[in-house]
Write a protein that binds this ligand. Structure first.
Ligand code: SF4
Length: 464
């Protein structure tokens, strides 16, 4: 069987700057591709962020029997569009949607162009789907898979128990020609690595912990090191929801990486309190190549930190920023800008970033994202069917009413990028310049803001 896996590109009319600021490897599809190949099928991965005009020709030439798409909320409508194109060219092709949004709001994929919807960790269900097809059976009754029965989508059962140590390594050979093009600002080329899945925290604006039912799964350290040995890229982004929860395990991982002689530049997510609780650990990681951390500061206002159930206070954030600096680790910090912000809050955010000399600030707009306890009642941007217009759920557009007039709010939001563009030019710089579409490096240059926004999208990847 021929399987085509498609990573969607963002809609350019929504995100005028497209996908050009940062593009990380499509690791979710590399996991699925590994299953496909392991089951003996021919697998192709098309990354539309790098090849945005290649969908039609790829489907025409490859003639897939199955097409799989994945994505966050902002990709929903594009994924549907991709599957419609596939069905137009090859009506008999089976289309499967999975990933973040499908897990939280499968209903958005209950459309004629979709045959199956996979929820949760996709590798197990995908293997079961292939098993069914190999035996010539109808795909139905598979746990965590919605399939159409008598015209209605029916869930085949609850997700099976998850064992993180049983999932295969992502197949990084699926996109050999693209690998050099994957980057996150100055880190180019970059590979992604997953050492844990899930999160034990319960932040109210975040859906990640809900995807794994609040569980936190840790991979065996030796499996992580084995995988890392095979990663060719010098830069590695640890994309765990929160890797530094367990200090002992992370120290063991660092020691094993060092023992194996692996030399990489690491970039990782980390909570401020995880960082503060064991600075010896952070210094050890800095010693084996940890260059920077992506910290969700989220907000500098204690009332919002409480509202977000972040379980930390502004004083800890300030302490954490200073501690990271003293350990020689630079920080990429994301700030959630709430639609209720007025000039006063915008000014305070700017003052905080300046006073605390945040290396790489990035900004996302608070959004009632799927999987959080928020409902969509207040969402203004809607599709014709009444569902939210997911195109705008990129955390760079307000989807609910703003206190300031919307245009004024967006001016203030854009201004944040303008004010801090120079940070991106000062920190780690030579490659930053290359990554930001070369040459245009003047402070406030649109390409600089573009890269900062896309870095904000990395936070989007995490939460939206
Ligand atoms: S925001 Fe981070 S720490 Fe909070 S629940 Fe989500 S992944 Fe966990």
């Amino acid at each position: 069987m021929k399987i085509l896996l498609v990573y969607p590109n963002a809609k350019k009319e929504i995100i005028a700057w497209g996908d050009k600021g940062a593009i990380a490897e499509p690791i979710a599809l590399e996991y699925i591709g590994a299953i496909g190949r392991d089951c003996g099928h021919e697998v192709k991965l098309l990354d539309l962020r790098l090849h945005n005009d290649d969908l039609d020709t790829t489907v025409e030439q490859f003639q897939p029997d199955m097409v799989g798409v994945t994505g966050y909320s902002m990709h929903v409508l594009r994924c549907l569009e991709i599957c419609r194109i596939v069905k137009r060219i090859r009506p008999e092709c089976l289309t499967v949607a999975g990933g973040h949004h499908a897990t939280l709001e499968a209903v958005d994929f209950f459309e004629p162009e979709i045959d199956l919807v996979v929820i949760g960790e996709g590798t197990g269900p995908f293997r079961s789907i292939l098993g069914c097809l190999e035996q010539g059976k109808r795909v139905e009754g598979i746990p965590a898979v919605w399939s159409r029965i008598d015209g209605e989508f029916v869930l085949g059962g609850a997700q099976a128990e998850f064992d993180i140590n049983l999932i295969p390594q992502p197949d990084r050979t699926l996109v050999p020609d693209d690998r050099a093009d994957y980057f996150i600002d100055w880190m180019k080329p970059i590979a992604l690595l997953r050492t844990t899945v899930g999160c034990p925290y319960r932040c109210s604006f975040c859906a990640l912990w809900r995807i794994m039912d609040g569980q936190y799964y840790k991979r065996e350290v030796d499996l992580v090191v084995e995988e890392l040995k095979q990663v060719e890229e010098k830069n590695v982004f640890i994309v765990d929801d929160e890797p530094f929860v367990n200090s002992k395990r992370m120290m063991l991982l660092a020691q094993e990486i060092e023992k194996a002689g692996i030399e990489k530049n690491f970039f990782s997510y980390c909570r401020i309190d995880s960082l503060l609780k064991d600075m010896d650990l952070m210094r050890y990681w800095a010693g084996i190549g940890l260059k920077r951390l992506l910290i969700g500061v989220e907000t500098i206002f204690d009332y919002e930190l409480a509202d977000y159930n972040k379980r930390q206070e502004r004083t800890q954030i300030v302490e954490g920023l200073q501690a990271a600096k003293s350990a020689g680790i630079s920080l990429f910090c994301n700030f959630i800008i709430h639609p209720r912000y007025t000039h006063k809050e915008f000014e305070e955010v700017i003052r905080f970033i300046r006073e605390n000399e945040v290396d790489y600030p990035s900004f996302t707009i608070w959004t009632p994202i799927p999987g959080t306890n928020n409902n969509y009642e207040d969402v203004i941007q809607r599709q014709a069917n009444g569902r939210p217009n997911w195109d705008y759920f990129d955390l760079q557009h307000p989807v609910t009413e703003t206190t300031l007039p919307k245009e004024e709010f967006m001016e203030q939001f854009e201004n944040l990028y303008q004010v801090f563009a120079s940070n991106y030019l000062q920190a780690e710089s030579p490659m930053t310049v290359t990554a930001m579409n070369e040459k245009h490096v003047a402070m406030g240059d649109p390409s600089v803001r573009l890269a900062m926004k896309v870095l904000g999208m990395i936070a989007t990847d995490k939460h939206g």
